[in-house]
Design a protein around this ligand. Structure first.
Ligand SMILES: [Zn+2]
Length: 440
């Protein structure tokens, strides 16, 4: 079979990430008070889905997870180890790891190399992705300035301006509301109709898309709140529209994979390890709690925190830090489940630059505050993730349907399997992927 024939026979592929969607919402809809007719139709009745859920990566935090989803590699390998850049003193002005990694190949690049049109809408960690049509997730201040910046970093440049003339404002990464997702849904439909449909005769497409509002409603109101349920039902309606449109364009020559990045659980406490590091003389802060200088600092990733030494060769600070870590580990009231050394964290796939990694008990969200009490019952967010990837509550969703995909349940699924599975469907190569092809 020639490459040309082979290519023409391969299906288009849609990968849609629904942030924090837990398998129980898919499989126990009535019990969880949601009605998801499109997920039921496409995946439970006519596709494959994992009921026990998919094991996420370490940490179970949105940006590391999404880069793992699109590369098949663990965070320590692709280098997107947290949402925010490690930045104790705020020198990077709150910057996140918005960028597609440059160490290992992404599915966007692999798909393009395999002869696909490669597209993305609002997918986290997609700035600079090597695809054909990339509308990335990025923000500056949540104002209309965001559109200008996103347009400047989109591929091709000018894509967002063109899109916004038809759908209104493209949702920057700060708008995580139902309305923001409505715009993400419109943007995905626009991409399909205006960019991919006219080219569908030439070659198949790979498109990734993303919805944020279920996760955000859970953060604000709780995992099992009516608000989170309502956000999810709206997402299900948009999934129906997007899958329907993609099916129409490809004449059913299509594979659709709907996944999430991690699960979530309700918080009970906030804990702030930096308060203890400050007491130990490892952090200096002003009265407002702003860090002036630091020798060791703990940066949050939800239910996990990365602790770094400013200078790994600073023995005195390393000893003081070891003392604080020992106290947290030994104190049954600390809310800390595990204190990992850097090597132990690396062996779990995360934080290659850490001196230690703190993994908290269920419900104890780790915060970055350097002042106030270490342990608080006042919560910043009602629900959180970033907790141990070993907790069943952190399991993510995996569902796949379409041409050549069977029906039934699938087990033993890991987040790093998503990219190798879709790469296999497309005949694309992901040399650094650590996961496996689930369809083999
Ligand atoms: Zn997430």
């Amino acid at each position: 079979m020639s490459n040309e024939t082979d290519r023409a026979e391969r299906p288009s592929v849609l990968l849609i990430s629904v942030d924090a969607l837990k398998p129980e919402f898919v499989f126990k809809q009535e019990e969880r008070g949601v009605n998801l007719p499109n997920i039921s139709h496409y995946f439970l009745e006519n596709g494959m889905a994992s009921e026990e859920g998919m094991v996420s990566v370490f940490p179970t935090f949105t940006y590391p997870c999404h880069q793992s989803m699109i590369t098949g590699a663990n965070p320590a390998v692709h280098g997107t180890v947290n949402n925010g850049i490690f930045d104790p003193a705020g020198e990077h002005l709150g910057a996140w790891h918005w960028f597609a990694n440059k160490k290992v190949k992404t599915l966007w690049e692999a798909a393009k190399e395999a002869g696909y049109w490669s597209a993305s809408v609002a997918f986290p960690t997609s700035v600079g992705a090597k695809g054909d049509f990339i509308a990335p997730e990025y923000w500056w201040d949540g104002s209309e300035i965001d559109s200008l910046f996103i347009d400047a970093v989109a591929r091709p440049q000018g894509l967002i301006t063109e899109m916004e003339q038809e759908i209104g404002g493209y949702a920057g990464g700060l708008d995580l509301t139902d309305h923001g997702d409505e715009q993400r849904g419109k943007a995905a439909l626009w991409m399909l109709e205006k960019k991919l449909a006219p080219l569908a005769g030439e070659k198949p497409f790979f498109m990734s898309a993303y919805f944020a509002s279920f996760d955000e409603s859970a953060h604000q109101y709780g995992v099992y709140s009516k608000e989170a349920a309502a956000s999810l039902e709206k997402i299900d309606r948009m999934l129906g529209e997007i899958i329907g449109k993609a099916g129409e364009i490809t004449d059913g020559h299509l594979v659709v994979c709907v996944v999430s990045d991690h699960g979530s659980l309700d918080n009970t406490h906030n804990i702030a390890p930096n308060v203890l590091l400050k007491e130990a003389g490892l952090i200096e802060a002003d009265e407002a709690g702003k860090v002036i200088s630091w020798k060791a600092f703990s940066q949050r990733a939800g239910g996990t925190a990365e602790v770094r030494l400013a200078d790994p060769d600073d023995k005195e600070s390393a000893e003081k830090l070891a003392e604080v870590m020992k106290c947290l580990e030994e104190d049954p009231e600390s809310g800390i489940l595990e204190v990992l050394t850097g090597e132990e964290a690396l062996a779990r796939g995360g934080f290659p630059q850490a001196a230690y990694v703190l993994v908290s008990e269920k419900g104890y969200e780790i915060r970055d505050d350097v002042t106030g009490d270490y342990l608080r019952t006042t919560l910043t967010q009602k629900a959180q993730h970033g907790y141990s990837e070993k907790f069943p509550e952190m399991r993510a969703s995996f569902m796949i349907t379409g041409e050549g995909i069977g029906k039934g349940r699938i087990t033993d699924v890991h987040l790093i399997d998503v990219a190798p599975t879709l790469a296999a469907v497309m005949g694309a190569g992901l040399p650094d992927a650590q996961g496996r092809n689930l369809l083999k």
